[in-house]
Design a binder for this molecule. Structure first.
Ligand SMILES: NC(=O)c1ccc[n+]([C@@H]2O[C@H](COP(=O)([O-])OP(=O)(O)OC[C@H]3O[C@@H](n4cnc5c(N)ncnc54)[C@H](O)[C@@H]3O)[C@@H](O)[C@H]2O)c1
Length: 247
């Protein structure tokens, strides 16, 4: 049975339609949170017609300031408060600076970094107004710490998330708002399989991950639950790797 760790809290989870974000939204809801979920692959026509407000699914393109502002306004209208924000939406594009088109670099940076800036810009004032124990969790990547070849734009974007997390963690600590970052290693999701073929993943599992397997989205969600809950009350500005001991 779930522990109800988040009873009474409202959470916003981006990238909640798939993979890690979906697992986080599911686990938070199982633990008693009201969850406002944002994803570009949700059905836009359902934005103001949600049958289950405790599990609101909202279409937004997080690279658009207008979409983000509209989504956060809707969240405030429905719940009137916000305690936990998880910035999980992201994309990957392989390539190095000599072959990756400039447009691809912009798309990766807009989706992975600017989106976090925008969501924080509109959502943090609501957390500060309504919650004395706020928690922001940004999803970076092991590749933001230890890049591999041909991940130049993605690695830069995930490194930026780590610095942004550390900067944000200094701003409102006295008001009870903590900002942390999770840096997953290879996790079994659609993104990973678009990014690497099975042959590469077998090599990674057998030579680079002491655990000898990929992680699951649920294993990342469990760490997010801890960071979202009051049990992690003195954890701030941290980068938590979830990677089976990746070398
Ligand atoms: N899977 C891995 O191995 C791994 C490892 C390290 C970090 N990550 C990070 O974890 C996060 C989640 O990745 P995942 O593996 O679950 O991928 P995923 O593709 O399964 O999920 C990503 C979600 O983000 C959404 N999204 C993308 N662009 C968006 C936009 N502009 N606006 C709104 N939503 C948008 C997608 O629709 C999708 O539902 C990403 O930030 C990714 O970089 C993943």
């Amino acid at each position: 049975m779930a522990s109800e760790e988040l009873r009474g809290k409202t959470a916003l989870v981006t990238g909640a339609a798939s993979g890690i974000g979906k697992s986080i939204a599911d686990l938070f809801a199982e633990n008693g949170a009201e969850v406002f979920e944002i994803d570009i692959s949700f059905d836009k026509s359902r934005n103001r017609n949600e049958s289950n407000p405790a599990r609101s699914k909202y279409y937004a393109d997080l690279t658009s300031s207008r979409d983000v502002k509209g989504a956060v306004e809707e969240l405030e209208k429905i719940f009137g408060r916000l305690d936990v924000l998880v910035n999980c939406a992201g994309i990957e594009m392989s390539g190095n600076v000599t072959d990756l088109p400039e447009e691809s670099y912009d798309k990766v940076m807009d989706t992975n970094v600017k989106s976090v800036f925008l969501v924080c810009k509109y959502a943090i004032p609501i957390i500060l107004k309504s919650s004395k124990k706020g928690s922001v969790i940004n999803i970076s990547s092991d590749l933001g710490i230890q890049p591999i070849p041909n991940t130049d734009a993605y690695a830069a974007s995930k490194g930026a998330i780590i610095s942004l997390t550390k900067a944000l963690s200094k701003n409102w600590a006295k008001q009870g708002l903590r900002v942390n970052c999770i840096a997953p290693g290879p996790i079994e999701t659609p993104l990973l399989h678009r990014f690497q073929n099975d042959q590469v993943l077998d090599f990674v599992k057998s030579t680079m991950i002491p655990a000898g397997r990929l992680g699951t989205p649920e294993e990342v969600a469990n760490v997010a639950l801890f960071i979202a809950s009051d049990k992690s009350s003195f954890v701030n500005g941290a980068v938590l790797t979830v990677n089976g001991g990746l070398l």
